[in-house]
Design a protein around this ligand. Structure first.
Ligand code: AMP
Ligand code: MG
Length: 613
């Protein structure tokens, strides 16, 4: 076998050891072997989804001149003082100016010029009155004199005028290097007069299916054969994330066939194979690639998708040595797409110069029981729907890794951690949203901090002080309180109470400036369930209690209540104390509200703002 006679394939050991590695570790490795690609100058029409490789400054003002935002009459605002429908101001019409032409007359006192949207304002004119606010229509219908116009409203200076440079001022930085180009950025480039842009080029991804049982979709199906679907799923995935698929076709389970095919893919930026990486007899992808070196062959702690091959093929290309990262996905169609999503997708995005590589993950209530029997991270195919401000996820049917229709029905992957034995219907789960853009995962998470402490430690006093302090700093604050007893607003005799007594499951009371919602619950809500109800518009949520939740906590410690803490130090972000404790976490002084607020602001509020966009 002459592997490498033509291309000198050398498969380096990346991770020769066949131990089980975590999804994160595998991703980190894959990403460490791909680099941001070079940039290219190309037509803005072909740049959608690519990343800008240069800062773009404007050499022009947009709009280039003061111009009209309406069809109407342009005039001097002072000439309309006191004008109204009952007392019009009459002006002499001295001309007309249309979009695309320059005014030939000046805006002199006592005159008006008919003007169309987008047309430059004449010298001297400073406002535009819409046709609707003039007597033009009635003049026209009564075949009246059009050499004069009646203005029916008083115009302020600047009315319906778009000022020169109000959108883009000459000399300013308009689009930063690193910006992902969406249709609106492409429009901005066009408005600056750019027909081309310098962008990071798209990666070419070679795709090879392997297996003797596979047949191309345009061939008749013989007994024992199946159509090759992975090539198409992967090609579509590559295009979806901005790469250029290069389809190599089907490699047979022979060293010769695979070698030839892989050879054809070595001018790509990445090679993705599917199949032939598990322990089956004919699984020779790894053997072929190991011929001139060793293969990085992993067992990733995930299901589906345990076997995964990864390595770098070194190829002599002219005088330059190129390295082609190779990702060997499992053959089962579901495993192949799910592993693509976890490893190939971020690699492609990185090569394209994207900064946000993670798919958005949301919290949803799972509607089915899911067992996780073998201690791997389970990616379950789910359909996520949003009902009443809450996401729900339900399984899309049997979860076999060959059942591709379960993915076709899904819009997300529920992630059951390796440490979990499974979830029961009603539990909260993380769901990776397959059809959402990566940028959507960067939504601002609401900063939340809980003040915990023993009874009588002064939690409520600290809450009051912190709320006042954060209001003083200009923040919008929500306070959350867990009440073991009933609800104070739900008092006997009040209308809301009567409605509840009559059997209503929820009572909503709204007044012009407040809203309260009292709803019967079948369990004590956890913080994740409460937060969507609180809403997204706050800068900070300060909670009192909720000791068992996983949100950041600050414990109030008072000397007179003993030296022990309610929570273990690992669970705490800081303590507020009137003594001093021998533990290694930040200690803040009881009574120094400003310092406590500074700590919260720095560690939670500002941090969450900088990670958002
Ligand atoms: P393998 O990883 O090669 O053992 O393949 C695992 C399973 O996935 C087998 O049932 C294969 O028939 C199937 N499979 C492999 N490649 C493809 C493909 N390109 N399209 C559809 N099914 C495939
Ligand atoms: Mg196979």
């Amino acid at each position: 076998m002459e592997v490498g006679m033509r291309t000198n394939i050398i498969y380096n050991t990346v991770l020769g050891v066949c131990r089980m590695i975590s999804v994160e570790e595998a991703l980190e490795k894959v990403l460490s072997y791909v680099e941001v690609l070079e940039s290219e100058q190309k037509s803005i029409l072909d740049c959608l989804g690519q990343v800008l490789a240069e800062d773009v400054y404007s050499t022009i003002d947009i709009p280039p001149l003061d111009n009209s935002a309406m069809d109407g009459y342009t005039l001097r605002a002072e000439d309309t003082r006191g004008a109204s429908e009952s007392s019009p101001r009459y002006l002499v019409v001295v001309g007309e100016v249309a979009a695309g032409s320059m005014p030939t007359k000046e805006g002199r006192p006592g005159t008006a010029i008919r003007i169309m949207t987008g047309a430059p304002l004449p010298e001297g004119a400073d406002a535009v009155v819409r046709f609707e606010d003039t007597d033009e229509v009635s003049r026209k219908s009564s075949k009246g004199d059009l050499s004069h116009i009646g203005i029916l409203c008083q115009a302020e200076k600047g009315l319906n005028v778009r000022c020169k440079g109000e959108d883009i001022a000459q000399g300013n930085l308009i689009l930063k290097k690193g910006t992902g180009l969406r249709p609106q950025e492409i429009g901005v480039l066009a408005s600056l007069g750019h027909s081309a842009a310098l962008v990071i080029r798209r990666p070419i991804v070679a795709i090879l299916a392997t297996g003797d049982e596979l047949i191309g979709v345009d061939q008749p199906l013989a007994p024992g054969q199946i159509y090759d679907s992975n090539t198409y799923t992967i090609a579509a995935e590559v295009s979806r994330y901005g790469g250029i698929p290069k389809i190599l076709g089907i490699g047979r389970d022979s060293v010769q066939s695979l070698t030839e095919k892989i050879d054809e893919g070595l001018d790509a930026d990445m090679l993705i194979t599917s199949g032939g990486v598990s322990k089956g007899d004919y699984d020779i992808v790894k053997d072929v690639l190991a011929e001139h070196g060793e293969i990085g062959f992993w067992t990733v702690c995930m299901k589906p998708g345990k076997p995964l091959a990864f390595g770098v093929i070194k190829k002599a290309a002219g005088r330059r040595k190129r390295k082609v990262p190779h990702l060997g996905l499992p053959g089962n169609p579901v495993s192949s797409m799910i592993t693509f999503e976890q490893f190939a997708r971020p690699a492609i995005l990185k090569m394209m110069g994207k900064k946000i590589l993670a798919k958005p993950v949301i919290r949803a209530i799972i509607e089915d029981d899911i067992a996780n029997t073998d201690g791997r991270r389970l990616f379950a195919r789910v359909m996520v729907t949003r009902r009443g401000g809450q996401y729900y996820a339900s399984l899309t049917g049997p979860q076999g890794s060959g059942i591709l229709t379960s993915l076709a029905k899904a819009n997300g992957l529920a992630i059951i951690p390796e440490s979990s034995k499974g979830v029961k219907a009603g539990d909260m789960v993380d769901v990776q949203m397959l059809d959402w853009g990566e940028e959507q995962g960067e939504e601002k998470t609401l900063p939340i901090v809980s003040i915990v402490g023993k009874s009588q430690s002064g939690k409520t006093v600290l809450m009051e002080q912190l709320i006042a302090e954060f209001k003083k700093r200009g923040y919008k604050v929500a306070a959350l309180k867990h009440s073991h007893g009933g609800m104070e607003i739900d008092q006997p005799g009040k209308d809301s109470w009567k409605f509840a007594q009559a059997g209503s499951d929820a009572v909503c009371i709204s007044s012009p400036d407040k809203l309260a919602f009292i709803k019967n619950l079948d369990h004590d809500l956890n913080i994740e369930e409460i937060m969507p109800i609180v809403g997204p518009e706050f800068d900070l949520v300060l909670a009192e209690g909720f000791r068992k939740s996983k949100i950041p906590k600050i414990e109030v410690h008072r000397k007179e209540l003993g030296n022990d803490l309610l929570c273990s130090p690992q669970e705490l972000s800081a303590i507020v104390t009137d003594g001093s404790l021998d533990i290694n976490i930040p200690q803040l002084s009881w009574g120094d509200t400003v310092a406590i607020a500074d700590f919260i602001e720095k560690n939670f509020v500002l941090k969450s703002q900088s990670s958002g966009f």
